[in-house]
Design a protein around this ligand. Sequence first.
Ligand code: SF4
Length: 396
Amino acid sequence: MSALGYFDNPWALKIDLMLRGIRVVDPLAKAWACGTSGIDMLLPEETLVNIPCREEFTERSPYELRKREETHYITDGVSEMNAEILPMPEFYSRKTTTGVPFGDIAVVHGSYTVITPSPKCDFFDTDSECRYCTLNKNIDGVPKRDFTVEEVLEAVGVVLKEGLSKIIYLSVGFTEGDDGGIEFLSPYIKAIKKHYSCLLAVEALPPKKNRWIDDTYALGADSILYNMGIFDAELFEVICPGRSRLVGRKRYLDALKYAVGIFPNGTVASHLIVGLEPPGSTRIGIDYLTGMGVVPILPIYRPRAGRTLRIEPLTTEIIIPVFKHLYTAVKKSGVNFKWVRDISMVTTPAEASMLMEGAESEMSLLKNLYGSHLGLKAAWGLSTIRRKLRVKNGDK
Ligand code: SF4
């Protein structure tokens, strides 16, 4: 067993890799697979993980990616685990008919693909910007335009046709207005649902008025995420000054609660970023959200050069009990967590089950449900029928 002790459980190793990153010394592998948002790898037991590999802190990681003959493996110098590199999709190098690289529009992460149709957020380059945000690509000072509905549709078509992902995740930044960004997203949501039979998750800001939450569901979103990021009230104010002032922590909680009454069980979710607040505070957030019927998803904070937001000390020994708590709380609350799975950037309640000694494998249950094309089609069909009934009956 390794001195670090995580090589006997790929799920625990996943957490340690997400926390500490990996050194990719082979220049070929680095160029081929290590993107700005990390390297996607498949560990044993079909454990998807996105591992930081370019940030400064990864240079001190005990983990290194090596290759023996045709097989890649991760080692700490003592132990090792085979790991398959998921190469950056080939379609990244291709372009839409309008000449936009597909990789600018869609980022594939395991079974889901993130599309942000507008590169803008009103907080960018102001003192309102969330301190941990990595979405501001406005580095050259040249304003970026929104992608058209047709460009996004073309990208979704390629992703689905090539079987790269099964879930499309649409996200939007902050804009003034009472709709939380849904008015802007609505033609994209409608067009995707009209042309493709895929599951669609939407990440937006909590709208000021609840009717936008009804609309989000009626338009075709299968899942909604209002990502708090931080549960602690004071830290939320300091780290997310714009969202704290112009949306408000209370509105996040109220909107999530309302959405639980509109969307199917287990499809309303919120990120709590591990490492931006004390673990005890994340646990309180988990209890609060699951108590409302919301699925907490726990990404691990990736420090960037010059940003020292991380709560220290932060180790995998400290984090694992938080993930175990997530699993216990979700099970206790009866929230269905089958919709949120296989998300390589983050760790979901289903994956947390794999950290529990003697726990039944929730992941294998989920694989049976959504692993096949048929399973996914069934899920899509059920969601469409349910939406039609709900919207028709005005059932809220
Ligand atoms: S609202 Fe979202 S996009 Fe805007 S600064 Fe905050 S995290 Fe970034």
